[in-house]
Design a protein around this ligand. Structure first.
Ligand SMILES: Cc1cc2nc3c(=O)[nH]c(=O)nc-3n(C[C@H](O)[C@H](O)[C@H](O)COP(=O)(O)OP(=O)(O)OC[C@H]3O[C@@H](n4cnc5c(N)ncnc54)[C@H](O)[C@@H]3O)c2cc1C
Ligand code: SF4
Length: 558
């Protein structure tokens, strides 16, 4: 077992060099009583991206993460059991009509956040979804503009060096992806065959793993261990992209540092964060605090920071902190193929169709979904079989002998924002004495119709591709919402810049900001939103609107 879980690695003026075994890079360090410009809580898709944007602009930044600072080349094993160490598996209570399974499939704990074990699909949201209320008649509008988002999507795709097709069927006007697409693996060809026979378009998946070398990182070697962490650095997670560049630009990253409370002055401004590291509580002074702990930990921290000025939790005058939590419906359809597939080879999803994201005709629901080819690892597949069909013992063993002949699809389906789906605090406390989150979730009638449509269509497509003995799995993936951004302090937690309505120097920058779920995997959008928030902060500082002591901010990107 690695020391990364016991002892902070990023300290004393250096941080792990993720590209060189045993190597270190210099890192600027701040004293607790030195008032930094920004304390960022969480270093995943939102926090890691923003740390870079703010550091490169000259701000003094400290980014905290409750989890370790992994060295992928040394710490990651090709072993599903060992790699459980990547997940946020702290105690949480989950309930409601359709309780969400929490852990490996939706939350990570470590520098780089959930992207350390994400499956790398790098997709833009359909532009109309950002104005779904006014343009499509459902959900709520985002307080950002789709045209403006285009350049931030591009910035994120460049940082991740996304490998994608020359022409992506659902966004033909977009420029070329930074790198060429990956070859299709066998499960991807099953999806392609099925879609061709159903008469709908499909595409190689735009994906954030290298299709050619990038500095010290090798291209993908198609071993397929992506969901348990990539030990070759081909995967362009936040840990190997935004974070090293943020450190180089002057940010400090503090690993194994759990923020337990945000301090607020009697005048109602955030003054810093209380964090636990190396066995004791400490306090970092900061002019601004950004919360980027994802859809459960962000509301939890705001609620746990309740104080006399804000008895219901920080930034919660609207009562919206923790509300409108969303997932993606992630149901799957699997079947046996005559030919050998070996679906574990390569990134799990190398072909997708977004047909039902962009076609609204013939739907008995609003919203959309995509589905992609799949390649579960062996332990994960045994678990799916056991929990979905109830097989065990010799019957499970027999079914596992068909593993190399299996193929299947999983959906990423938009789920409505509903206030009853929420994160609250329970009375139970964790090892640090912090109240644990209680999560309540249930699908709406619209969600159920969307899922039924997707399952039916995936089943027909797999049958069209010659799949037999089909099996259906119910599942969810990703988290979104919980601290949504919006147009008004009465029904949202922040404005479009991620700045909380109630506390002017408290910001949010992660997936919890999503007003609606969209029908695509969320991290590219989280990064694009973070890039935009970074630029908006720089612009405000230039106008003298922000209390910061940075060097002259650098020019805006784009
Ligand atoms: C198995 C899996 C596959 C996925 N596949 C894809 C995919 O293919 N494409 C895609 O777009 N998305 C995918 N996702 C989703 C994507 O990874 C997340 O949506 C995204 O990383 C969320 O970004 P975030 O910044 O909101 O949170 P995270 O990236 O989860 O980062 C939050 C960080 O905050 C830290 N933190 C939380 N609370 C505290 C605290 N109090 N103190 C200090 N630190 C704290 C956590 O340790 C964590 O590191 C996948 C996720 C999983 C789990
Ligand atoms: S398949 Fe590629 S991205 Fe996935 S773990 Fe292997 S090298 Fe990394």
């Amino acid at each position: 077992m690695s020391d990364a879980l016991d002892t902070p690695r990023a300290r004393d003026g250096r941080a792990p060099d993720v590209f060189r075994p045993g190597g270190w890079v210099p890192m600027r360090c701040y004293a607790d009583d030195e008032e930094v410009d920004f304390a960022i809580v969480g270093t995943g898709a939102g926090g890691g991206t923003l740390a870079y944007k703010l550091a490169i602009a000259g701000f003094r930044v400290v980014a905290f993460d409750a989890g370790p600072f992994w060295r992928p080349l040394e710490d990651f094993a090709s072993d599903e059991e060992e790699q459980q160490k990547l997940y946020w598996s702290d105690e949480r209570i989950t309930g409601g009509d359709d309780p969400i399974e929490l852990g490996s499939n939706n939350s990570g704990k470590g520098v780089g956040g959930s992207t350390v074990h994400f499956t790398m699909l790098a997709l833009r949201a359909r532009p109309e979804w950002l104005k779904s209320r006014t343009q499509l008649g459902y959900g709520v509008d985002w307080p950002v503009n789709a045209t403006e988002m285009t350049r931030y999507y591009r910035e994120a795709e460049e940082m991740l060096q996304v490998a994608g097709p020359l022409s992506y069927p659902w966004d033909p006007s977009r420029p070329r992806y930074p790198r060429r697409p990956h070859e299709l693996n066998a499960p991807a060809t099953v999806l392609a065959r099925g879609c061709d026979r159903m008469g709908i378009p499909w595409s190689p998946t735009p994906i954030a793993t290298l299709s050619s070398p990038r500095d010290l990182a090798h291209p993908c070697v198609y071993r397929g261990f992506c969901v348990i962490g990539c030990s070759t650095n081909a995967k362009q997670s936040v840990l190997v992209t935004w974070i090293p560049r943020a450190i180089e630009a002057g940010a400090e990253v503090r690993d194994l540092a759990t923020v337990g409370r945000i301090e607020v002055s009697p005048g109602g401004r955030a003054t810093g964060v209380h964090y636990h590291r190396s066995g004791r509580w400490r306090f970092q002074r900061a002019r601004h605090v950004v919360v980027a702990g994802y859809s459960i930990e962000t509301p939890r921290l705001l609620l746990n920071s309740a104080c006399p000025q804000f008895p219901d939790g920080l930034a919660n005058r609207s009562g919206m902190v923790g509300k409108c939590l969303m997932v993606h419906a992630n149901n799957g359809v699997f079947g046996e193929m005559e030919e050998e597939i070996r679906w574990y080879k390569g990134p799990p999803s190398l072909a997708i169709t977004e047909h039902w994201n962009y076609t609204d005709v013939g739907k008995d629901f609003h919203g959309g979904y995509l589905f992609g080819s799949q390649g579960p690892l062996i332990q994960g597949w045994a678990q799916t079989l056991a929990t979905t069909t109830g097989v065990w013992g010799m019957r499970l063993r027999d079914q596992m002998t068909r593993y190399n002949h299996m193929a299947g699809f999983k959906m990423v389906g938009e789920v409505e924002p509903q206030e009853r789906n929420r994160v609250e605090l329970d009375d139970e406390v964790d090892a640090l004495g912090l109240k644990i989150p209680r999560v309540t979730f249930g699908y709406s009638e619209n969600d159920k119709r969307l899922i039924a449509h997707a399952v039916r269509f995936m089943r027909d497509t797999l049958e069209a591709a010659d799949g037999r003995n089909l099996m259906i799995q119910e599942d969810t993936a990703h988290l979104m919402g919980g601290c949504r951004m919006g147009f008004s302090p009465s029904d949202s937690v922040t404005d479009g810049d991620g700045r909380t309505w109630d506390i002017p120097n408290l910001w949010i920058c992660d997936g919890s900001l999503f007003p609606t779920g969209t029908g695509v995997n969320p991290s590219l959008t989280i990064m694009a939103v973070a890039c935009r928030i970074g630029d908006r902060i720089v612009a405000s500082a230039r106008c003298g609107e922000l209390d910061v002591r940075a060097r002259t901010p650098a020019p805006l990107s784009g």
